[in-house]
Design a protein around this ligand. Sequence first.
Ligand code: ADP
Ligand code: ASP
Ligand code: MG
Length: 411
Amino acid sequence: MPTLVMKFGGTSVANLDRIRRAAKRVGVEVAKGYDVIVIVSAMSGKTNELVGWVNETSALYDAREYDAIVSSGENVTAGLMALTLQEMDIPARSWQGWQVPVKTTSAHSAARIEEIPNDNINAKFAEGMKVAVVAGFQGISPEGRITTLGRGGSDTTAVAFAAAFGAERCDIYTDVDGVYTTDPRICEKARKLDKIAFEEMLELASLGAKVLQTRSVELAMRYKVKLRVLSSFEEQSDEAGTLVCDEDEIMESNIVNGVAYSRDEAQMTLLSVADRPGIAAIIFGALSEAGVNVDMIVQDISEDGRTNMTYSLPIDQIARAEKAVDAIRGTELNFENLIVAEDVAKVSVVGIGMRSQSGVAAKMFKVLSDEGINIKVITTSEIKISVLIERKYMELAVQALHDAFELDKAA
Ligand code: ADP
Ligand code: ASP
Ligand code: MG
């Protein structure tokens, strides 16, 4: 039997009615003759609630217990989905990550999937089971502890299962009907894309477009998984949604194809550090050891052998970053002051057309300046340009860039 993976995100399983609606979609594919692996998220809001409980209980929590708690939302929806399917006379059962087992690294709260043996589930398919419902987002470490894959991780569970089972396709059902040129919730003119190249999707995801978890796109690209994003709220044809595919499957493309944003950024500046070889290695070495994910970096021109070092990081890592820098102050590192800005956001434009076209950066900066938006930090790569700006201008910047690059019009 051909296998299909269908993943339902939080809003698609937010209550029993929605679970029933999703189960009906699964029934349609079963009727076509597929063995289906369903990956479910927790009911929407559940994971946030669990994370909140962890933080309230313990500020510097044991990450193994965080995972034990935060993974539990998916256990509930997996069981409920299996029961709902059984009520529809579709042979189904649920699996928690450890039962499959979804083997991961032991990097708690950000584990990576290493292996998914398919014999357990395939044996059940051989016995006549039609749907395996698997709790997304979770796995088991070599030490036998429950792990989670990072926020949005059920997307990655889905793609990893599609690769492990050689599925014909991996369908990601969510609350929008595909991948848009930017988040349709903050830009009315956002346009749905029929297809998007893996590389562009990878950039958009890593720059904040949470419609797919970055790691899921990486895996799909590596294992050539046919990945589709579509809505669980509408009747769907086989062509619905957005196909994430190889660049050469896309005929026409704009130079800029998407705008992404990341709201939860912070900026730190170390004032007056020595401008000498090794200083960046000391600062960013200490931050990296503390598990801080530094993103953008700028160093000012030096004056009298001193300079300022500015970098951006996720807002929830400020405390950890301050601690790491304080720990080396006065020994390896001297600085006058540490300034923290919590009111920043990152906005990026992405497009593979930028490889061969110049002028995108200049245009982007002009658009922002016309709106009176000051740029704090800039980074570029072959196919993207990112700027750090004041958070209150984030939505305006996204909309203005979307307009200026005419993303509402197809190529
Ligand atoms: P799920 O719970 O189904 O995993 P998510 O909330 O993780 O859903 O992802 C879907 C959301 O991603 C959408 O509701 C939308 O607000 C957001 N989003 C951000 N950027 C984009 C984009 N470029 N295209 C579509 N959705 C986007
Ligand atoms: N429930 C998890 C989260 O909210 C995983 C997921 O939904 O993909 O991050
Ligand atoms: Mg998600």
